[in-house]
Write a protein that binds this ligand. Structure first.
Ligand code: PLP
Length: 363
């Protein structure tokens, strides 16, 4: 049973990445591990546009998303919400016992900097969370404009999720003044799930030092103390770290501008296919994210039947809508290692499946 996954995470991992991961274990306190860990820092920093340390967490992204809140919120956190993942961050913050308020935007709309400014001006918050690319709705928020607002409030620690945008579009963490930038392995980075990468500013670490009950596993100060020795606090997912080393080498060989251009081009190919059929993008086109597309199912395609045929006949899987958007939208990833050839093959399969399924009225 093997399918090519075009759901927006986890995505298909290439054979060369699996081969790179298939190496013997090393002690996580050994010199070999320290050189591996340290060798990854320059590539990760370039990807994020930062000079700050990048921690490796053996957890999915939610681990670091929760960590960011636990480590930095003393007064209150404003959670910008415009989709399933960003909405959930408010619940997570509350479950961590933090004062938290949501700033809700309609699903498919980007985070509005003016609304952020009005809310932060209340003085109730010392941290803010938002998601750069809200994967559930395929929406890319205007990160530079949002951060220009956040920077006006020096007390506010900024926490940004880039799980489906890191390596698909340019990110400049330091220039934008982002304190905590989080991503995960199984989406844009094209690795199996289980590893999160997180860069934390000195400001955020200074805040953490004042916060009680940070716990152990996700304590930024534990991460920092170990980072300074080229290590992680506990035994990490070493195989995934081998994979990350491989991916960073691939990114380096391709070059970041070429990688961004590839994602833009492949994203447009998929959009053009759907537009030609008469589908609309779910968010406004200019806010569509570039590592995937979320389309409105405005033609009432039977998505379950569509995916069934796509999977059984073509061994491909797309997503039939996340959470409350199930059946109303569909999402197609072009993250990671996709090429013109692989996306052309996907489109041919989408076309054949569409001809078969759209011909029948929805049950
Ligand atoms: C997938 C995703 C997450 C959650 O990632 P996990 O790996 O399941 O913890 C968080 N944020 C965004 C934007 C995502 O796409």
């Amino acid at each position: 049973m093997s399918y090519r996954l075009y759901i927006p995470g986890p995505i298909t991992v290439s054979d060369d990445t699996f081969a790179a991961m298939n190496r013997g274990m090393i002690g996580h306190r050994s010199k070999d591990f320290v050189s591996l860990y340290e060798s990854l820092q320059p590539g990760l920093k370039r990807l994020m546009g930062t000079q700050d340390p990048v921690y490796l967490s053996t957890s999915s992204s939610w681990g670091m998303m929760e960590a960011a809140v636990r480590n930095t919120v003393a007064k209150g956190v404003l959670c910008c919400m415009n989709g399933a993942f960003s909405d959930k961050w408010l619940d997570v913050a509350k479950k961590c016992g933090k004062e938290a308020a949501g700033l809700q935007f309609d699903w498919g709309k980007p985070v509005d900097p003016a609304a952020v400014e009005r809310e932060l001006a209340t003085g109730k918050y010392d941290a803010i969370t938002f998601i750069h690319s809200e994967t559930s709705t395929g929406t890319l928020s205007p990160i530079a404009d949002i951060m220009a607002v956040v920077r006006k409030f020096p007390e506010v620690i900024s926490i940004v999720d880039t799980v489906s945008s890191l390596s698909t579009v340019e990110l400049n963490k330091d220039a934008l003044g982002i304190d905590v930038l989080i991503s995960g392995s199984q989406k844009a980075l094209c690795l199996p799930p289980g590893l999160s990468v997180c860069s934390v500013s000195e400001r955020a670490r200074a805040r953490a030092a004042t916060i009680p009950n940070r716990g152990y596993y996700f304590d930024f100060l534990e991460f920092q103390a170990n980072h300074e020795k080229g290590m992680t606090p506990s035994t990490p997912c070493i195989s995934l770290i081998y994979g990350l080393e491989h991916i960073l080498k691939k990114i380096d060989a391709e070059g970041l501008p070429a990688r961004f251009e590839r994602h833009r081009r492949l994203n447009a190919k998929v959009r053009d296919w759907a537009f030609a059929k008469g589908f609309k993008l779910f968010p406004e086109e200019k806010f569509g994210t570039l590592g995937l597309n979320c389309f409105a199912n405005n033609l009432n395609l039977d998505l379950e039947a569509f995916n069934k045929v796509l999977k059984s006949k073509h061994k491909l899987v797309i997503d039939g809508g996340y959470g409350k958007l199930k059946g109303k939208t569909f999402r197609i990833s072009n993250m990671g290692d996709e090429t013109d050839a692989s996306i052309d093959a996907l489109i041919a399969a989408l076309d054949a499946t569409y001809a078969e399924v759209a011909a029948k009225p929805a049950a």
